[in-house]
Design a protein around this ligand. Structure first.
Ligand code: AKG
Length: 285
């Protein structure tokens, strides 16, 4: 398949390149979204079944959201979303590259009473320099400010790599919004309808509001990286270390399948190592 199933208007691509984020409305139908949300809900419920803590008992980071990663590897229903050809085609058009791979997927469920998500840039967390990277933020319901809407600093992706923010709050996080490179620009909150997807560049400074409503804000993210991207540093990083990718080597492997051009078959995930339990599925090193 060479034709993009969802072809973007040039103005949408231009907006993404100028601002570092863009909304694509009505990308998923209500019935599709319902199927994906049901699959993600089930996987999150299974992985968190043993965690009965009230939000007040959780760490600061855990109060931002329940985070479950690499769900595509353990749930076939989720795999259809994480490997969705239409979404991978959009990521390819936004990045202006020939091909994209899956970097990671995750559920980010912000519970009622959940705190804000600390402002940060994604790409500084990983040893991949400034390789082309874009995230799809997929809400399973309409998201208004009070549910924990996302916010993005327009044009901040052009500032390049700023200081890493410790969003886990194990150390005092750097206040990236005060970084001189942002020249005082304010984050712009984006309320969205279910079926829309918000896309942000790997260097865009972003955050999310606290959830002051009485319902969990259910969102799923799929992160795409250029297939030609290389590892540029040593830092331990699970998906790269699992594939044995050394500094200077290109991305490869079953854990990071090429999603555009569209694969002939749904990708087969790597063999499950370790236990599929816990809020954040990480295989022991
Ligand atoms: O959903 C959130 O609260 C934060 C999402 C985020 O930081 C991301 O998608 O990179």
């Amino acid at each position: 398949m060479n034709e993009f199933p969802i072809r973007l208007e040039d103005s949408v691509i231009a907006s993404f390149r100028a601002d570092g984020f863009v909304v694509t409305p009505e990308v998923l139908t209500a019935s599709e979204l319902d199927r994906y949300a049901t699959a993600v809900d089930a996987e999150v419920a299974e992985r968190t079944a043993d965690d009965q803590r009230d939000i007040a008992e959780k760490t600061t980071y855990e109060q931002s959201f329940i985070q479950c990663m690499r769900l595509w590897e353990t749930n076939e229903g989720v795999r259809l979303l994480s490997c969705h050809t239409g979404l991978a085609g959009i990521a390819t058009q936004l990045l202006g590259v020939a091909s994209v791979r899956l970097w990671q997927d995750q559920a980010l469920y912000k519970e009622p009473g959940g705190r804000e998500t600390t402002p940060h840039q994604d790409e500084t967390f990983w040893p991949i320099g400034d390789e082309p990277l874009v995230s799809a933020w997929i809400p399973f319901q309409d998201v208004r400010l009070e549910h924990g809407a996302m916010a993005y600093v327009p044009g901040s992706h052009k500032a390049g790599s700023l200081r890493v923010v410790d969003i886990t709050h194990q150390s005092e996080p750097y206040d990236i919004l005060q970084d001189p490179a942002l020249q005082g620009r304010e984050p712009q909150f984006v309320e969205v309808e279910a079926g829309s997807v918000i896309w942000h560049h790997g260097m865009t400074v972003h955050q999310a509001a606290a959830n002051t409503s009485n319902q969990t804000r259910r969102a799923f993210t799929v992160v795409y990286i250029s297939s030609a991207a290389r590892r540029v540093k040593e830092w331990p990083t699970y998906p790269l270390d699992r594939e044995g990718i050394k500094v200077g080597e290109m991305m490869r492997g079953d854990g990071m399948p090429v999603l555009w051009p569209a694969p002939e078959q749904l990708p087969t995930p790597p063999e499950l190592i370790g236990e599929k339990t816990g809020p954040q599925y990480e295989v022991p090193k």
